[in-house]
Write a protein that binds this ligand. Structure first.
Ligand code: F6P
Length: 323
């Protein structure tokens, strides 16, 4: 029977992480568990930076972006020595279960940790990139898309006023989920994502052959696009269309902050509570997710190694509408 669990956030922060932490602590109370918060992800685990979280410790946090537990990407935890130091601290404190909130690197750390030291983990998908297998949506993705959309709408005003072409770069280190969704919702004329290759040549031909009534254009580029980032694509575009008044806007970390949307708060609450329920029931080494609006569990190994593709129906729609 578990008695004490700990929760932490690791990797890039995502809006909704606080709602998830809150759900873990409050679900912990429901299942009769004591819950601890580990500061700065695996770094805090190695440094024994751990504190008891009471239900009131997580009051008035559901609406905030960032993470009250802070986050980090720990190099030391990738070494067996780092993981050993962390395990010693947890065992001394009697912590016998973990809820980790983060992305692929977070799950990988938790999987090795359990294999080496036997402390079970359940992972909650927390990343704005939405690039984790085993869940339709990750915590923070919906907020990031809405933040990008708000910026796209604003750029559209000035693009229209000056008859300019804008390449807007959104986040997504290896994935185009934010680009595709923000591009679709923002009425972009083209979307460039790493999951679909050679889009740029097709686009250049299509753009030139169009009878253009409107003089401005909005193109969305995922930062990880295989053909280059927004600056690189804008340069290629200007070579073919030197008469265009072309600008680049990189949205960057603005997409990682802000108040989480209702969807992200609800998703984070569901995932956090189900992670604790799973630990309580003796489940381990699993990532909790929501697929077709149902809670699902995917082994860490599968969640880490399988690539989540973009939604093909949405991509088809995007190719029809971005004309
Ligand atoms: O993984 C989330 C993410 O926001 C990516 O989209 C982005 O490439 C990366 O993190 C940025 O990381 P950092 O904040 O370390 O620069």
């Amino acid at each position: 029977m578990l008695k004490k669990i700990a929760v932490f956030t690791s990797g890039g922060d995502a809006p909704g992480m606080n709602a998830c932490i809150r759900a873990v602590v409050r679900a912990g109370v429901h299942y009769g568990l004591e819950t601890y918060g580990i500061m700065r992800g695996y770094e805090g685990m190695i440094e024994d930076d751990i504190q008891l979280l009471l239900p009131e410790s997580v009051s008035n946090v559901i609406q905030f972006g960032g993470t009250i537990l802070k986050s980090a990407r720990s190099k030391e935890f990738t070494t067996p020595e780092g993981r050993k130091a962390a395990a010693e601290h947890l065992k001394r404190r009697g912590i016998d279960g973990l809820v980790c909130i983060g992305g692929n690197g977070t799950y990988t750390g938790a999987m090795y940790f359990e294999q080496e030291h036997g402390i079970p983990s359940i992972g909650c998908p927390g990343t704005i990139d939405n690039d984790l297998y085993g869940t339709d949506f990750t915590i923070g993705f919906d907020t990031a898309v809405n933040t990008a959309l708000d910026a796209i709408d604003k750029v559209r005003d000035t693009a229209d006023a000056h008859n300019r072409v804008f390449f807007i770069e959104v986040m997504g280190r290896h994935s185009g989920h934010i680009a595709m969704n923000a591009g679709l919702a923002g009425g972009a004329e083209a979307i460039f994502i790493p999951e679909r290759i050679d889009e740029f040549e097709t686009f250049i031909t299509r753009y030139g052959s169009k009878k253009r009534k409107k003089a401005f254009s909005i193109f969305i580029v995922a930062e990880g696009d295989e053909e280059g980032n927004a600056y690189a694509l804008a340069e290629k575009f200007k070579k073919v269309y030197p008469e265009s008044d072309t600008r680049v806007t990189v949205l960057g970390h603005i997409q990682r902050g802000g108040m989480p949307t209702a969807n992200d708060r609800i998703l984070a609450s569901r995932l956090g509570a189900h992670a604790v329920k799973a630990l309580h029931e003796g489940k381990r080494s699993l990532a909790v997710g929501v697929v077709n609006n149902q809670i699902t569990f995917t082994p860490f190994e599968e969640a880490i190694n399988r690539k989540k593709d973009i939604n093909e129906q949405l991509w088809e729609l995007a190719t029809i509408l971005t004309r």
